[in-house]
Design a protein around this ligand. Sequence first.
Ligand SMILES: Cc1cc2nc3c(=O)[nH]c(=O)nc-3n(C[C@H](O)[C@H](O)[C@H](O)COP(=O)(O)O)c2cc1C
Length: 192
Amino acid sequence: MNRIVMLNGSPKKKGSASEQYLNMIYENLDNNYYIEEYDMNKLTNTIKKSILNADMLIIATPLYIDCLPSHVIKFLMELGDNDIAGKEVYFLVNCGFLEGVHTDVSVEILKNYCDYHHLIYKGSLGIGAGPIAYKKRIYNYFVKKELIIFSNYINYHKNYEDDYVRPLIPRFIYILFANINWFIQIKSFKKN
Ligand SMILES: Cc1cc2nc3c(=O)[nH]c(=O)nc-3n(C[C@H](O)[C@H](O)[C@H](O)COP(=O)(O)O)c2cc1C
């Protein structure tokens, strides 16, 4: 049986977009895998042991300042001190901007990491409007469809050509609602 370790790079304790996307992949994977899921806040011995025993890693993370979050970089650097060569790696990164292509630099960073540590890079999916792209049926159509395709590539261990998706929502509406949401959040902080 193939062993998969899913790694969630969001620092949020629960309800992160990365968690939602990992769950969607999980639902679409065949049940002949043994799957474990961990967050990437700290590389504990338990996590290290699971990763070293795994055949494949699926890393899902948010985009922070066009890059990977710093705790994810720290986690990966510490992991790199071990013999991790030969494991397959799929990468899923979601960002706040509407266009998924903003994640392209983080994809290059992960590719370099895989090269350096002799991991088998299998492909990346960059998702735009990450905080909402898993929510509503109508506008997330393309994102869900691509996630199912991505999961099928994982199922068959196929190389996925890096791709970037975004929900079908006009840019000005997304920006308007994002600004309203920021305003509501700032107001609630002021009250506390
Ligand atoms: C510190 C910080 C930096 C961020 N930098 C970017 C960025 O450079 N580009 C972008 O599109 N989104 C950026 N975002 C937005 C996150 O990528 C987005 O909210 C994502 O959906 C969070 O995923 P999560 O819920 O899995 O943590 C940033 C968010 C934070 C908190």
